[in-house]
Design a protein around this ligand. Structure first.
Ligand code: GRF
Length: 215
């Protein structure tokens, strides 16, 4: 993990997306230097994955009794200290304050488990099933202060099968996330993909909608 932008990953959960990023960075197929992993939960599996990979693991514990604003300020201060060139949200379950988002314009990415702009927010699998949608998936997008609303870069889309439930949908979508997230991060890390004028651009072309990979 030697070349590319100094990258900090934020994660709250088990960290399977983080693992996909670590694996590709190690193989040399993803051009980033993974500088640190930060979590809001001391017990997050993502932290153990970071330590196993020899990556600095840091916590801003949002459940330690401090007011929310103090936690947000501590997170912002930690990020400024770590000074990443690229910030990757990989299952980070906190809404970042606007001043933190605005500090990395076009340098902060998120992956959201829906075909944005459908279903920003939580419970996306449940909502897609309840709506009777034909497809579901996940979207990599640039982060802007509005929740799950930044310009989309790359989507993974699967057909919803009869008999699918939240768990089966989540399993198939997550497998696709492990493909599209390192891919899109690589595009941004190498400068192929940028955010300008409220849109994502890839190889100089404006993306009116995210590129789509069908699973
Ligand atoms: C993924 O479903 C991602 O779309 C969402 O959070 C989940 C993270 O999973 N933002 P993992 O911790 O990477 O396994």
């Amino acid at each position: 993990m030697s070349g590319g932008p100094r990258t900090v990953v934020l994660a709250s959960g088990s960290g399977t997306n983080l693992q996909a990023i670590i694996d590709q960075a190690r193989r040399g197929t993803l051009d980033i230097r993974l500088h640190a992993v930060v979590s809001d939960r001391p017990e997050a599996g993502a932290l153990a994955r970071a330590r196993d990979a020899g990556v600095e693991a840091r916590v801003v514990d949002y459940q330690d009794g401090r007011p929310r604003a103090a936690c947000d300020a501590a997170l912002g201060a930690l990020l400024r200290t770590l000074d990443p060139e690229l910030v990757v949200l990989a299952g980070f379950m906190r809404i970042l304050p606007p001043d933190v988002v605005d500090a990395w314009p076009g340098r902060m990415l998120n992956i959201h488990p829906s075909l944005l702009p459908r279903y920003p927010g939580l419970h996306t699998y449940r909502r897609a099933l309840a709506a009777g949608d034909s497809h579901h998936g996940s979207t990599v997008h640039f982060v802007i202060p509005a929740l799950d609303a930044g310009p989309g870069i790359l989507q993974y889309r699967i057909a919803i099968r009869p008999g699918d439930d939240e768990a089966s949908l989540r399993r198939r979508v997550l497998a696709g996330e492990h493909l599209i997230y390192p891919q899109a991060i690589g595009w941004v890390a190498t400068g192929r993909c940028t955010m300008r004028a409220g849109a994502a651009w890839l190889d100089g072309e404006r993306l009116d909608a995210p590129l789509t990979i069908d699973g």
